[in-house]
Design a binder for this molecule. Structure first.
Ligand SMILES: [Zn+2]
Length: 289
């Protein structure tokens, strides 16, 4: 086997970016079809306007969009900017995760987690919906990762595990502590969102959040652990409030009952926590030592 350390890092980032654009192309299918409850495998990609099958050479991430000048080859219908945007964002996200993880056992797991978040963000933006077909497998995936990664790497791996082993869980195997951490994170993430929705409902008498946000935060909490989950919610509430207030200020009548797809902001918060959270949380914790 060739020594992977001899490959210049830039080559690794290019590979990650190209792979990300290809996965982004698949995420476009997921984002378009999952809310319609269509199969994500069959049939092949079709133009939403004329129904013509899209040839492989017209389905190359980003490049085909540019070459076709945002129009279907057959009917000349406009192709949404969302398609290349999702492909470029996924490419950027994969480069970010590759930068964070390097070539490690964590890399494929973090790429799956980040991809699921991106699909949820865009589906919530378009449909105000966080589908169970993504969140339920996402929760199962998080639990598998929680057990597998400490066993594969022989380290605590997850951000919250060291904080748990300092307590009552000292003598337990690290994979078990990691699994307990997943349960704590899930209950904290899902519970916080459930409590926020419940409080809002009591105060204003309207349903503020669907259970989709709660299930999404079960997944995020299980995967990231309690420390990064708090950071996720903090970033989500902060960015959501800023955008929400900005949108309300632009409206003529102050409609406080306007619904924001909160999953977008929680998803962005989770991505930020995954990529940049650990040193931030460490610095914050250091302020109190
Ligand atoms: Zn067409």
């Amino acid at each position: 086997m060739p020594d992977l350390n001899l490959i210049p890092p830039v080559v690794g980032y290019i590979v990650a970016g190209v792979f990300g654009a290809i996965i982004g192309s698949f995420l476009n299918v997921v984002i378009h079809r999952v809310p319609l409850e269509e199969s994500i495998v069959f049939p092949n990609s079709r133009c939403p306007s004329c129904g013509a099958a899209i040839a492989f050479y017209d389905n190359i991430p980003v490049l085909s969009y540019v070459a076709l000048r945002a129009k279907c080859r057959g009917c000349k219908a406009h192709i949404s900017f969302r398609y290349p945007a999702v492909e470029l964002l996924t490419a950027a996200l994969f480069i970010g995760v590759a930068w964070h993880d390097g070539l490690s056992a964590a890399l494929p797991f973090d790429l799956v987690f980040a991809s699921a978040l991106l699909a949820l963000i865009f589906i919530d933006a378009e449909h105000m919906l966080l589908p169970n077909v993504i969140t339920y497998p996402g929760i199962a995936f998080a639990i598998v990762a929680r057990i597998a990664l400490p066993l594969l790497t022989g380290t605590p791996h997850f951000d919250d595990v060291p904080s748990l082993t300092q307590g009552a869980l000292t003598d337990m195997p690290v994979a078990v502590v990691s699994l307990i951490g997943a349960v704590i994170g899930a209950l904290l993430g899902g519970g916080s969102l459930w409590l926020m929705g419940w409080t809002w409902e009591k105060l204003r008498g309207v349903e503020a959040m669907g259970l989709g946000d709660v299930k999404m935060m079960f997944m995020v909490g299980a995967y990231l652990g309690w420390r990064l989950t708090i950071l996720t919610i903090f970033v989500g509430v902060l960015t959501g409030s800023i955008i929400g207030i900005a949108l309300m200020a632009r409206q003529r009548e102050r409609n406080m009952q306007m619904l924001l797809p909160f999953g977008i902001f929680l998803g962005v918060g989770a991505v930020a926590a995954l990529l940049f959270g650990a040193p931030l949380v460490e610095w914050y914790a250091g302020q109190f030592r």
